[in-house]
Design a protein around this ligand. Structure first.
Ligand SMILES: [Zn+2]
Length: 235
């Protein structure tokens, strides 16, 4: 579907859905029948609810190939039964091999948290990102102002990777030697590309040093002036 051809009514959505279903069945007979039997995704995606960050399209994955959990600003709170249930289902039932926590530049949730803007009930949710902001305030204050939202987006990913890793679900999985690796990524709405923040945790070694190194890389990356061409600020 092209931008020019985008649907503007609910009827269009149903029409597009019927066309997609027929096209899939025509091109790959039995596609839906095999989907009904089981889903065997290797990947779990924990991302932002932002409509510009659709897990499947970005990664070229098809139905059945990625298990997705999304919320505002890709946060994994220790006591969030929704996120924890999704992670447990993915790890224990589906046996995913990789969990990617994916932030995105230009995230309104991160921006609101950075500015302390009042939105409403979401303020209480975004308070978790403000905690990240406050934890790293010395670094953030040292960065050029225009780079702070990008840096906070990446810092938030790093913190949420840690939150997934310390969850009982992951600790239990690793204690029984299940192979599951957590990755921290950031997606650029402006160029459609995923950046690997290289905070990759697989439970085989303490992650403290990896976390610290990732935070240092973020500081270094965003402390460079924008005009060097090496770290253009992303709006
Ligand atoms: Zn977002």
């Amino acid at each position: 579907m092209t931008i020019e051809n985008k649907p503007d009514s609910l009827e269009d959505l149903f029409a597009h859905n019927r066309a997609w279903s027929s096209r899939m069945e025509r091109d790959r007979p039995g596609f839906f029948t095999s989907l009904v039997k089981q889903q065997t995704p290797k990947y779990m995606w924990i991302g932002c609810s932002d409509s510009r960050v659709p897990a499947n399209q970005i990664t070229g994955l098809e139905p059945g190939e990625v298990f997705v959990h999304r919320n505002v600003a890709n946060i994994v709170v220790h006591s969030d039964l929704n996120a924890l249930s999704a992670i447990q289902f993915a790890v224990e039932r589906l046996k995913v091999q990789h969990i990617m926590v994916v932030g995105h530049y230009g995230c309104s949730g991160v921006q609101a948290a950075l500015e302390g803007a009042r939105i409403g009930i979401a303020d209480n949710w975004l308070r978790h990102i403000q905690d990240v902001r406050d934890r790293h305030h010395v670094m953030l204050d040292s960065l050029p102002e225009a780079a702070r939202a990008n840096a906070l987006c990446e810092l938030n990913v790093a913190e949420q990777v840690v939150n997934v890793a310390v969850s009982t679900v992951m600790q239990d999985a690793w204690s029984r030697n299940q192979s599951v690796t957590i990755h921290g990524w950031a997606f650029g709405v402006h160029d459609g590309l995923i950046q690997d923040l290289e905070l990759t945790v697989d439970g085989t070694k303490p992650m403290e040093n990896q976390y610290r190194a990732a935070v240092q890389r973020i500081r270094y990356k965003w402390s460079k002036p924008a005009d060097t061409g090496t770290s253009e600020y992303i709006k």
